[in-house]
Design a protein around this ligand. Structure first.
Ligand code: AGP
Length: 613
């Protein structure tokens, strides 16, 4: 969704802001703009479309200064247009605002301001914020107080960053809820403000995150944090371990391709430091899982969206089979309104790459309200889902930039596997010999994934055959049913080809009617406990004339003669097989989308972190 960058310091703000916005492109946007405090006052540049248009505008009409704020907008109120792009300026030009989120009561506020004589130049909800601040701003009140008073009036979940020519020594930023975070980058004699880390990492790794209902006054050499009543709050800077190079494309054509290949390293880091191979033990310190809690847990509710939800479905099998704990998996947008039967002896486990997904955070709040223990598996360091949980597992995969999630899918699968082993151990439901075997199997995972990646050319050949199809069905059973869902999601979100994931056994109850020579079936049929069932599913699909692409284990001799194309995976312990079987599907979706000439990293209508409901 929207991205925000602000800079104050001795350097020219314009290139720093433009570069920061570039690094937030992955979030998804349809217009962009920036405002810089120049010698001639605040100057604005805004453009519809991708950032190169804004860049061209800035080259044609340069602006430079030492304080500025920028924004990439994902339209919610009003079409993507220059006048709806941020920043927005108040009537007398004293206040400049960028905003992320939705001002839910903006209609009432706009009517009130219009009645007082304010002129609105955009259709956005955001513009009311600039007018309101200017309404409160006077020599006595000052910018900080005017922003504070304005924030009291805003309903909804919002992040706001403000500057004013009247007080050129500061930027004021605030976070009102879960819609978009605010992070302050603490540099040497310079400061940055952003919605996300990648925008500032190349300047500093020392950062401080705002909690909801906090605001911050950022000056070149000082940062003052406060709550919305103006009470000072302690600033708690952390040093982010992410390497800024991790947010570069490097030799790859797209971030998604790079991130698919980074899975070997990501999975190695996921396991490192958490597994004692000699003792056959798992350590997940940040989860705060005591033996008492492990024994007390009645049920685990996994809640998440999209790809993270699919990881949760695999997690159900892992936790139930290994730890023998009942698990329910629910899409977060449903969980939050379902009045789920959650109680104090239950755990609500959220999975989220961004840690800022509005539905997932709301589901966590619902769990907290009902007295459950809150856990999360999160990638974005310092994100809300990490901070509000009582315990968390951090994915060790570095920033994921491509909108289509890849490495942030396989890492939580391994995290859930490790959690299942640890829980089973602490609950006494997992015999020691079995535990040692499961832990030993983990060592293989990065290598097995690397084996699949080496077969990329074979995947490209299949992509060539499928790139023009109109519709595809992905089928799987048991632990790889979720792999079918995930494979279909990957294809549809970046190639715009219709794709459905289905439990293979359900085909005869309806979807089989769709099959013909033009509707390929992608069958997940590795050597797992459901393999024999999948052989007959493949036969049924072939009998209806559908071309079949089968994901099968090396050495398989039954399915390849039936299939039109084969994607091989190495023999893998079945509880870990989803980590491996999804990789050819990620590559397949990637190459099909790239062959269709599409914007793989920023597919239409999608945003990397979905901070609105
Ligand atoms: C994945 O490819 C999707 N773009 C999307 O489904 C994503 O997984 C979902 O929006 C959840 O995001 P989160 O992990 O950041 O919470």
């Amino acid at each position: 969704m929207c991205g925000i960058v602000g800079y104050i310091g001795p350097r020219d703000a314009t290139p720093i802001i433009l570069n920061g916005l570039k690094r937030l492109e992955y979030r998804g946007y349809d217009s962009a703009g920036l405002a810089v405090l120049t010698e001639r006052g605040v100057q604005l540049r805004r453009a519809v479309g991708k950032l190169h248009r804004l860049q061209a505008l800035v080259e044609a009409q340069p602006l430079s200064g030492h304080v500025g704020i920028g924004h990439t907008r994902w339209a919610t109120h009003g079409e993507p247009s220059q006048r709806n792009a941020h920043p927005h300026v108040s009537d007398r030009g004293q206040v400049v605002v960028v905003h992320n989120g939705i001002v839910e009561n903006f209609l009432a506020l706009r009517d009130e301001l219009a009645a007082e004589g304010a002129h609105f130049r955009s259709e956005t909800d955001s513009e009311v914020i600039a007018h309101l601040i200017e309404r409160f701003l006077s020599r006595e009140t000052g910018l900080v107080e005017a922003v504070r008073q304005t924030l009291q009036l805003l309903e909804g979940s919002n992040a706001v960053v403000v500057m004013s020519a009247l007080e050129p020594d500061k930027i004021v930023a605030a976070r009102l809820g879960n819609a978009g975070g605010i992070v302050v980058g603490l540099g040497e004699d310079e400061m940055l403000v952003a919605s996300d880390l990648p925008a500032i990492l190349e300047h500093t790794r020392r950062v401080a995150f705002l909690e909801p209902r906090q605001m911050v006054v950022v000056q070149r050499d000082a940062v003052h944090l406060m709550d919305l009543d103006g009470n000072p709050q302690p600033l708690q800077p952390t040093v982010v371990p992410w390497d800024p190079v991790a947010a570069e494309k490097g030799e790859y054509r797209h971030f998604m391709q790079k991130e698919i290949h980074e899975q070997v390293r990501g999975l190695t880091d996921t396991i490192a430091g958490r597994v004692d191979f000699e003792g056959g033990k798992i350590y997940l310190d940040t989860l705060n899982l005591t033996p008492e809690l492990a024994r007390r847990v009645r049920k685990i509710f996994i809640t998440a969206c999209g790809t993270a939800y699919h990881a949760g479905l695999v997690g159900k099998t892992l936790l139930e089979r290994i730890a023998r704990v009942p698990v329910e998996v629910m899409v977060a947008s449903e969980f939050r309104y379902a009045d789920p039967l959650v109680g104090p002896d239950d755990v609500v486990l959220a999975i989220s790459q961004s840690g800022e997904t509005a539905d997932t955070l709301a589901a966590m709040e619902e769990g907290r309200r009902k007295g459950a223990t809150l856990w999360s598996i999160v990638n974005a360091i310092g994100s809300q889902a990490m901070r509000i949980a009582q315990g968390y597992i951090s994915m060790q995969v570095g920033p994921e930039i491509g909108v289509a999630s890849t490495k942030a899918y396989t890492a939580p699968l391994v995290d859930l596997y490790m959690l299942a082993v640890l829980l089973g151990d602490l609950r006494g439901t997992l015999p020691a010999a079995e535990r040692r075997r499961l832990v030993a199997d983990l060592r293989l995972v990065p290598y097995l994934v690397s084996q699949v990646l080496e077969r990329e050319e074979e995947v490209i050949a299949v992509a060539r055959q499928l790139k023009d199809v109109r519709s595809c069905l992905y089928i799987g059973r048991g632990i790889n049913m979720a792999t079918a869902y995930e494979g279909a999601l990957k294809l549809k979100e970046i190639s715009y080809i219709h794709a459905e994931g289905y439990p293979a056994g359900e085909m005869k109850h309806g979807p089989i009617a769709l099959l013909d020579e033009e509707t390929p079936v992608i069958a997940l049929a590795p050597r797992d406990p459901w393999y024999e069932k999948m052989v007959s599913q493949v036969e049924q699909a072939k009998a209806r004339g559908a071309p079949v692409v089968a994901v099968v284990t090396e050495g398989d001799t039954l399915i390849p003669p039936l299939a039109d194309a084969v994607l091989w995976v190495p023999p893998t312990p079945w509880l870990l097989s989803p980590v491996v079987t999804v990789v050819p599907l990620q590559m397949l979706a990637y190459h099909i989308a790239a062959m269709r000439g599409l914007d793989v990293d920023q597919p239409r209508n999608l945003a990397k972190s979905v901070t609105v409901e």
